[in-house]
Design a binder for this molecule. Structure first.
Ligand SMILES: [Zn+2]
Length: 476
């Protein structure tokens, strides 16, 4: 394995601009630490097999953690940041890198929930220049190339397992404004990929359409922490305890329903855009028996298939960990005057609107549902203090776990509208009467600037005139 100095340039799809970044120095370091990667590959029908493999971490963990910290320090944006880095692309091949990266992203957006929630993503392509074109062991073992991220086929002696130096990938990706997920693509058409789920990193061949689907499947692992739903690679019969991932269970349909476990509240559901219907199908997590999966087929079982609703619900939860349903608006806790407005910008999925609800003193204002701006003057308030609260919630029916919806897909902001203080009500008893006049004259005689109604710093005739004017007008 070779190590090389590389330089990166930042390219943001949204603006179409390139920003030069400083050279990234990487150390010739290879520790002994192993990391689990998913290697899931489709046959000619897309049916997946493979499993979890232990491969060298290949990169300074500390270096990678620093990159993470650096990236998250400035992460004030409200998007899930998908960073794409390439390996084996020379300076003259950056055009190809962008074509390949766009192909991966366009493939991703073919699948729900990513199709409808693509507005929640920010994709940043980071140009990483390699000294030589192509990556190691392509097409066969023993072919070495001097590349920036040390990608290689035949990782752990598995032809299609496409490994990478994780530390170098993170160092390069740190040129992006933020990192939530990384997809690293090889300058190759040779089928392959790998999912470093614990590092939120997936690899894929840049010029292989099936490999693009591998990258999406890997995102199911790394973003959704989803299990494989295929049946090869493990013991024929699984005999262990309940599995952690949301999309596999040792419980069949009736047991799930009886115990309120896993996807019990999805049984029988069918929704367009997903692999249907939901049930408990035996086989999954590399075993044919003793494990159940939510749908007959799915992206976690075969390439080219949609995700199922159980997958989608979890993916939405993870997306909403990074993205608030309130994208912008009047800051939470703001004190609003009677002439002010409160405004909110909800996130905008492509297939539906989020629900915007306004509560005045805890009572839903039905006339304001969906409004993004509310004029305080239009609320018909009395002089007392009031509370205005806005709640934005994603009510999509791809989620049935209402506790999850409340925690991750609902956000609120609360505003205070202070009571109107009547300046002529000197003694503050809520009525204007002789005692206020008396109190004013007492302050005035004593030279107390509380009687400075004109606000000019001196007590004179104008203060008496303004007090009497306010008094005569009555408090608003
Ligand atoms: Zn997999």
């Amino acid at each position: 394995m070779r190590y090389a100095l590389s330089c990166t340039a930042l390219f943001t799809i949204a603006t179409g601009t390139c920003l030069a970044a400083g050279p990234v120095s990487v150390q010739d370091a290879r520790d002994e630490e192993l990391v689990s990667v998913h290697g899931c590959f489709g046959d000619e029908n897309g049916n997946l097999s493979g499993g979890i493999f232990q491969v060298p971490m290949d990169g300074e963990v500390i270096e990678f953690l620093e990159a993470m910290d650096r990236a998250s320090a400035g992460a004030l944006d409200n998007r899930l940041d998908l960073v794409i880095v390439g390996d084996g692309y020379t300076a003259g091949e950056m055009g190809q890198f962008h074509v390949d990266a766009d192909g991966i992203v366009n493939s991703l957006y073919q699948y729900e929930p990513f199709t409808s929630y693509q507005s929640y993503f920010r994709v940043t392509k980071v140009e990483v220049v390699s000294n030589e074109s192509g990556v190691d062991n392509d097409p066969s073992p023993g072919i070495f190339r001097d590349t920036a991220l040390d990608m290689l086929y035949w990782c752990s002696n598995i032809e299609r397992l496409l490994c990478i130096n994780v530390g170098k990938a993170y160092t390069a990706a740190a040129a992006a404004p933020d990192i939530d997920q990384i997809i690293a693509i090889s300058n190759s058409s040779k089928y392959g990929g790998a999912g470093y789920s614990s590092n939120n990193l997936g690899t894929a061949a840049g010029q292989n359409s099936a490999a693009a689907d591998v990258a999406i499947h890997e995102l199911g692992h790394s973003l959704g922490d989803l299990a494989d739903e295929y049946t090869y690679g493990g013991p024929v019969t699984y005999t262990g305890g309940e599995l952690v991932p949301v999309n596999v269970s040792i419980y069949d349909q009736s047991e799930q329903v009886a115990l309120s476990r896993k996807w019990y509240n999805w049984m029988g559901a069918s929704t367009s855009g997903f692999d249907n219907p939901i049930g408990a199908y035996e086989g999954g997590n590399y075993s044919q028996l003793g494990v159940y999966r939510p749908s007959s087929n799915s992206m976690m079982r075969a390439l080219g298939r949609p995700f199922n609703l159980v997958n989608a619900e979890k993916l939405l939860k993870e997306i909403y960990r990074e993205v608030s349903p309130i994208d912008d608006g009047t800051a939470d806790g703001t004190e609003l005057g009677r002439d002010d407005s409160a405004w909110i910008v909800p996130m905008r999925p492509l297939n539906h609107d989020l629900t915007v609800l306004w509560y005045l003193d805890g009572v839903l204002r039905a006339d304001l549902i969906g409004d993004e701006t509310v004029d305080i003057a239009s609320l018909g308030l009395d002089d007392q203090e009031h509370e205005l609260r806005v709640v934005v919630v994603d009510g999509i029916n791809w989620v049935r776990n209402e506790a999850m919806r409340d925690q991750f897909m609902t956000k609120e902001r609360v505003y205070t509208i202070p009571s109107i203080v009547c300046s002529a009500d000197i003694n503050g008893d809520g009525v204007l009467d002789f005692f206020d006049i008396s109190a004013f004259l007492t302050l005035f005689s004593a030279g107390d600037l509380a009687a400075d109604f004109s606000g000019d710093g001196t007590l004179d005739f104008f203060d008496i005139s303004m007090f009497l004017g306010t008094y005569a007008a009555g408090c608003p």
